[in-house]
Write a protein that binds this ligand. Sequence first.
Ligand code: LR7
Ligand code: MN
Length: 551
Amino acid sequence: MKRKQKRFLQMTLLFTVALIFLPNIGLWSLYKDKHLVKSAEPGEQQTFPLGLGDGQFYSWTDGLRRKDWHDYESIQKEAMRSGKGEHGKPYPLTEEDHDDSAYRENGFNIFVSNNIALERSLPDIRHANCKHKMYLERLPNTSIIIPFHNEGWTSLLRTIHSIINRTPESLIAEIILVDDFSEREHLKDKLEEYMARFSKVRIVRTKKREGLIRTRLLGASMARGEVLTFLDSHCEVNVNWLPPLLNQIALNHKTIVCPMIDVIDHNHFGYEAQAGDAMRGAFDWEMYYKRIPIPPELQRADPSDPFESPVMAGGLFAVDRKWFWELGGYDPGLEIWGGEQYEISFKVWMCGGEMFDVPCSRVGHIYRKYVPYKVPSGTSLARNLKRVAETWMDEFAEYIYQRRPEYRHLSTGDISAQKELRKQLKCKDFKWFMAAVAWDVPKYYPPVEPPPAAWGEIRNVAANLCVDSKHGATGTELRLDICVKDGSERTWSHEQDRTLFHPVSNSCMDCNPAEKKIVMARCDPLSETQQWIFEHINMTVLEKLNHHASS
Ligand code: LR7
Ligand code: MN
């Protein structure tokens, strides 16, 4: 009897598993291979391979109709373009083009910008899977908001042209250019006249210099689209960039989405992915924005699928308009530049939303050589950061002050409204954010620096000489020298992140694996060329030393 029962149970289990997992008949098959149904022919259910650019609608078994949003006509036209800078190729620079005067006004080479087409073509560097993805047939439309302050003429125009050329018209409610009190002549009547050719472009202007945060808020307050999409004023959007962003918001409106940000070189305007391409947004405890690898736990089976990111870079994202305002928009007390990317990121995660980076959406951005515009006196990035830290970071703000003691006495101005908002939205605390969202950040940027695993001189037993790092004409080099007690030049500290830190030169032992050379370099614990593993470390001895050192 017992055996029979067991047998029966086993059979049922087997059957259930088969029902779920067997290809073609199992429940799984409903999801596998994105079972597509051509909606144009009702009744007759047929399945099709993905990525048919046949203008037909397809629906998944979830009943929602999807389509291929690519504009194949414009893709073909672009492929045929030729000329300098086309297909995102570097502009061939001569010595004179490199002159500093080309950079002075914008922080990037405006001469090069002026000499490549406003409608230049870009390389399609998306993951191959993106070329076959379909998105909801009914996507929300969007207001594209672009703040600018003294932006270069051709860099601003190229931003607009790239949007007009690479975005389905039906998805653009309007493009709002928000002038943050620019002085440059070309941004006045000339800009109004030029933009008159685009019926969807509106220009609004601040009445005084507000900074990028309140300038974005002004644009958002005038916007009528269902979604707000923010861009910097020196971008080039790439092929089919918008549908994957809007799709994610359509699936869950409490979602902020960011495109992959590509690099437009400030010298030659070559277009390429950032080093490492798809990475999570993070921060160190001086609140510098960082990018860290996607941990294996969060890597998607399809690497072109959206992935969670703890913080955004700042300038390029899309958000449901109503929800943006439910979250209170940005803190309007943030001045000129910086910190707002943390404010919105923390807020979204802690107050019931999610944030994704979307690999199938790519937008190029000119990373400047230096900041060209004036920042009004009395405003500082530090003040913005402290406002955000005091509002959102709870006891974690202390880690910032430990590194930046000067922040302790800085005035943030009144943040009571921000704190009240946090209470009203019933947001979770920062500890939750660190544990649930940014849990991998401390691996790279520990809030409390771990004590070194070993320190002092590194003595070679045979030679009885010590590793010495000397700064000479050819840079900092490594060599062997006699060991001198208290010779701080020869003092190293082996950190728990496996780097060998040399406090005197404030640099780390590094290597060039190709040339098999040991060198010194600026410390970068993320770089494996700076990680050294001691074959044996006697922890008991170390702990004793540790004890002696601290007592
Ligand atoms: O006073 C100002 N008023 C403005 O309207 C200063 C700037 N601006 C405009 C400016 O014209 C531009 O369109 O605001 C936008 C951003 O200013 P940038 O381009 O000088 O900033 P950035 O690209 O150096 O810096 C990044 O971090 C900023 C922090 O506040 C903003 O979030 C930027 O949007 C952001 N840019 C990006 O995220 C693009 C990727 C680079 C990175 C990281
Ligand atoms: Mn920018």
